[in-house]
Write a protein that binds this ligand. Structure first.
Ligand code: PLP
Length: 386
């Protein structure tokens, strides 16, 4: 037997309570029973978004909602600005190109956050831009971008919105959509929402909804205007067959999140991230990011260790699944997830596994150094006694 631990930044671990809820016999989605669950789930989701607008659920992975954002807000020939500081930022440009939308790239070195001044300059150079598209947490580099500051730049520009891929940020950090003036916020089920993959969520501000009225990019399945009509209170359904078991699972997840309390949940994520950073630093592994995210921690594997083989060994020989690097970081980094259903002893497990693997790869490592550094931070999670 090899016990398995899933410590990747998506899919993430699903709580037992949620698995059990989803294992109930299937119910039909065009029924008052499902609509009641749907309506309650949507209301709770909007509280996590911290918005008075509709948070819509789509049966797709997160990328579907990214595509929906572009097709519902833009027309062919329009210009958008996007931040490309990693694999997911790059995706905005790829989607835009498919729809004939002119995407102006702000290239950011992988691991760095975008500079607000660079966004301002791009907006000034492209006054007709429909929006700035960026990640709140760029998972490929475990980096946070300053979405609040970017939203301030678009706030006073007519017809120009801030579109945030919060796929590894919503439910991790406090990013109140309405207060911060974020116009579109997207997330996916298999990250902080502790569910299997297959459900995407998207909310739009009034300003973003106004853009949908003139947008002419083709869409059918991801027509957000149609979805909103169906999903709004009173109808409480979806345009197409929903990912019903995931919606039901989300209902349970959101209850768990509110039982914990959002402030406690954000604090837990921040603490785990701090501990993971301390752990890898103690092992002499350099951080990937200069603006590290609370969702996952990326660190370079030591010189002389093949990062691809390292992550594969951890997964296949030791039973601990992390993520490696993508594109030019492939084979060079390891990414440790701490978003969603993770706590203190997941981080100590992660550190312990990395230490043992380093030892097995012949890298000199002081056993326990990473665990100890992480534990020193993690102890804060529990009240002092006596
Ligand atoms: C920040 C970010 N954006 C977009 C995606 C793509 O989402 P999906 O794989 O659910 O389509 C991911 C997935 O890891 C992500 O982390």
């Amino acid at each position: 037997m090899l016990k398995q631990y899933l410590l990747s930044p998506g899919p993430t671990a699903v709580p037992e309570r949620v698995l059990l809820r989803m294992a109930h016999p299937m119910i039909h989605h065009r029924t008052p029973q499902f609509s009641a669950i749907f309506a309650e789930t949507k209301r709770m989701l909007e509280q996590v978004y911290q918005t008075s607008n509709d948070a819509l659920m789509l049966a797709s992975s997160g990328s579907g909602a990214m595509e929906a954002a572009i097709t519902n807000l833009c027309s062919p020939g329009d210009t958008i600005i996007y931040v490309n500081g990693g694999k997911f930022g790059e995706r905005w440009g790829k989607i835009a190109a498919k729809y004939g939308v002119n995407a102006v790239e702000i290239k950011v070195q992988w691991g760095d956050a975008v500079e607000v001044a660079a966004v301002e300059a791009a907006l000034n150079a492209n006054p007709a831009a429909k929006g700035v598209f960026l990640q709140a947490s760029e998972t490929s580099t475990t980096t946070e971008h300053p979405v609040r500051e970017v939203a301030r730049l678009t706030a006073n520009r007519d017809g120009c919105v801030t579109v945030v891929d919060a796929i590894t940020a919503l439910g991790v950090i406090d990013m109140p959509m309405d207060d911060w003036g974020l116009d579109v916020v997207i997330t996916g089920s298999q990250k902080a929402l502790m569910l299997p993959p297959g459900l995407a969520m998207i909310a739009l501000s009034d300003k973003a909804w106004a853009l949908t009225e003139s947008a002419t990019c083709p869409n059918f399945y991801f027509d957000l205007v149609t979805e909103r009509k169906n999903q709004q209170a009173g109808k409480d359904t979806t345009a197409w067959t929903p990912a019903a078991s995931l919606v039901i699972g989300l209902n349970e997840v959101l209850k768990m999140m509110f039982e914990e309390g959002l402030d406690n949940l954000f604090a837990r994520h921040a603490l785990l991230a701090k501990a993971a950073r301390a752990g890898v630093a103690a092992l002499g592994m350099k951080p990937v990011s200069t603006a590290p995210a609370s969702s996952a921690t990326g660190a370079f594997v030591p010189e002389g260790v093949d990062g691809g083989a390292f992550v594969k060994y951890l997964r296949d020989t030791m039973g601990v699944t992390f993520a490696g690097g993508q594109d030019h970081l492939k084979g060079k980094i390891i990414r440790i997830a701490h978003l969603g259903y993770y706590d203190v002893f997941d981080i100590t497990t992660a550190m312990s596994a990395i230490e043992i693997a380093l030892n097995r790869f012949g890298h000199p490592v002081q056993m326990g150094a990473g665990v100890a550094a992480a534990q020193t931070v993690l102890a804060e999670r529990f009240p002092a006694q006596g």
